[in-house]
Design a binder for this molecule. Structure first.
Ligand SMILES: [Zn+2]
Length: 182
C-alpha cells in the first residue's frame, strides 16, 4: 500500500471516511447495524452510537472489505473479528490507523492503553491488534524513535492486548440494541 501515491496519509492524519469516498464507497450511520459496522455492495454502515475513535476504526475496517470486494455475503454483521478473515482485515486497518512514528510518540507519554489509544484516535481494540501485529522491523524502528524508553510501555500494552483481545472484540460489550430504532 502506497499512501502517498494515493494522496493519503496513514496514522493520525488518516481519514477513513475520505478514503472510502475516494474509492467510491458510500458511508453512513445506521441503527440497523448489528455490531459496530458492516459492509455490503459498496455501502459502509456504522452504528451511530460509536465514539469518534470507534467510528474511525470501524470505517477503516470496512474500507478494507470494500477494497477486497467482500460483497457476496456482507461482512461484519456477525462474528466481528471472530474469524481469521475479520482479524486479517482489522490488522490491515490497524496498520493504516497507527503508524510506528505516532505509536512511538504516544508510548513516550503514557503507558496506559486507554491514554495511548486516545492520543492515536483509535479504540483500544485497534491499538491491541496493532501492537500484537508489530513486526521485528516495527520494533526496531520504535526503539530508535523512542530512544529506548519505549520498552516498558509496550510490554504493558502487549500484556493488556493478549489478555483482553479475545473478549474486547465482541460488539455485545458496548451494549448496543440495534432493533430499537429500525
Ligand atoms: Zn469485517
Amino acid at each position: 500500500m502506497d499512501a502517498k501515491g494515493a494522496g493519503l496519509h496513514w496514522g493520525q492524519g488518516y481519514d477513513p471516511l475520505g478514503h472510502a469516498e475516494s474509492l467510491g464507497a458510500e458511508v453512513y450511520p445506521s441503527w440497523k447495524v448489528a455490531g459496530w459496522g458492516d459492509y455490503r455492495a459498496g455501502r459502509i454502515r456504522y452504528h451511530p452510537r460509536l465514539t469518534q475513535a470507534e467510528a474511525r476504526c470501524t470505517v477503516a475496517h470496512e474500507v478494507v472489505h470494500h477494497e477486497h470486494r467482500d460483497d457476496v455475503l456482507g461482512y461484519c454483521g456477525v462474528g466481528w473479528l471472530d474469524g481469521r478473515l475479520e482479524h486479517h482485515v482489522h490488522a490491515v486497518a490497524a496498520r493504516r490507523l497507527v503508524v510506528v512514528s505516532d505509536l512511538a510518540e504516544a508510548v513516550r507519554w503514557s503507558d496506559h492503553p486507554n491514554e495511548i489509544a486516545e492520543q492515536l484516535v483509535v479504540d483500544t481494540r485497534t491499538l491491541y491488534v496493532r501492537v500484537l501485529g508489530l513486526s521485528l522491523g516495527d520494533y526496531r524502528e520504535l526503539q530508535v524513535r523512542a530512544r529506548g524508553s519505549v520498552r516498558r510501555s509496550l510490554d504493558d500494552v502487549r500484556r493488556f492486548a493478549a489478555k483482553r483481545l479475545p473478549t474486547c472484540c465482541s460488539p455485545r460489550r458496548i451494549k448496543i440494541k440495534p432493533s430499537a430504532h429500525d
